[in-house]
Design a protein around this ligand. Sequence first.
Ligand SMILES: [Zn+2]
Length: 433
Amino acid sequence: MADINAQENGENAPLLSTTSQPVPAPRGAWVRIVVPVGLTVVFAIAAILAFALPRAQLPILDRVGVVDTHIDLPLLLRMFYKNDINQFDMRATMPGHVDIARLRTGHVGGVFWSVFVPCSAELGKDEGPDFMIPTYRVRDTLEQIDITKLMIDEYPDVFEYATTAKGMRAAMSSGKVASLIGVEGGHQLENSLGVLRMYYELGARYMTLTHTCNNAFADSAGIGATPTPLHGGLSPFGVELIYEMNRLGMMVDISHVSDDTAIQAFNVSRAPLLFSHSSSRAVHNVRRNVPDSILELIGEGEGKKDAVVMVIFAPDFVADKDKADVKAVADHVVHIAHIAGPRHVGIGSDYDGITSVPQGLEDVSKYPALFEELRSRGWDDTMLAGLAQYNLLRVFEGVEKTAMEMRWEGVKPAMALYDKRADLLDEIDSFFE
Ligand SMILES: [Zn+2]
């Protein structure tokens, strides 16, 4: 029966055969095993050819969009359009360096929109030696946050509001420009950690410790002439500020600060640090750029702290007059990568916050020129992807992780008051007398 069945059912026949001739059996087995396995391999190779290889061959920015941590469009919207969402059209050509068409051409994946209000000295105003003469900075910062959110909401097919690294990744993977908020100066807190917490609630995910003026928290590098240090770096209140930013999960930005402030921030901050828009002082010697001695503090080894330096395009910080171009900006990227490592450099252009631009990097459509320049100098896809976004995302995630750890440890919010706050420290007492 077996043989009859075998003959009727040729597929099983060799296996059931009692003959001593083994030839048909292995041949059939090979066919049954080799053909499916072979087909699987062929399909797998075809799948790789169909998807992986062409994708790998795509220019890096087609796969990994650029995240720029410092664009001043909200300031332009304030100055040109008085924060009126009906007065401008991002789908048309905008007057500055940024609009939707140019964001697309430039392969922009994410932006930290800077909500900036000048410090008093920049406005020619005096806020007193203790920074206690009232200003409208909190109002104006809230208006900057407001117009940023209105702008994001106005173009939901283009922008996606994000407040986490995960949210950034999700926005970018759906083809949107991840849109986050950064505050550009501790002066915008008007000396209050409560204001800091409310900015966080409103979406701010980094704050620069100073702008070009000293403030109650820290000393600034100034602009041009360095202001006389007030605290020798961070004040005790500034140390409290960094603690609270760590606890909240807000990136501590040490662009604009004095060297002493930056060095002390490396010691004080539990979380990784951000330079949202700074370049290399060794390449171009201005105080706003980061010296090698501070770049050497950056890293993941013993005695080092994770950080990322987002290279600024402001021509005065890039090169001598009329010398700023895409090659000069690349020099900064390469030098920072050489000293701190290629995992510690990114892009923070300052577009819409600068009145002139490097040749070849005229607006947000031109980022690819920088990547091409670096590729011509031997930068591979991993290094370029780090520059584009991964280095910043790692630092942001490190800051989020620190905040989570501090919450788990049950640490309390910082309740430090500015010691010149007569309204809370003196007036209340006298009120009840
Ligand atoms: Zn700035």
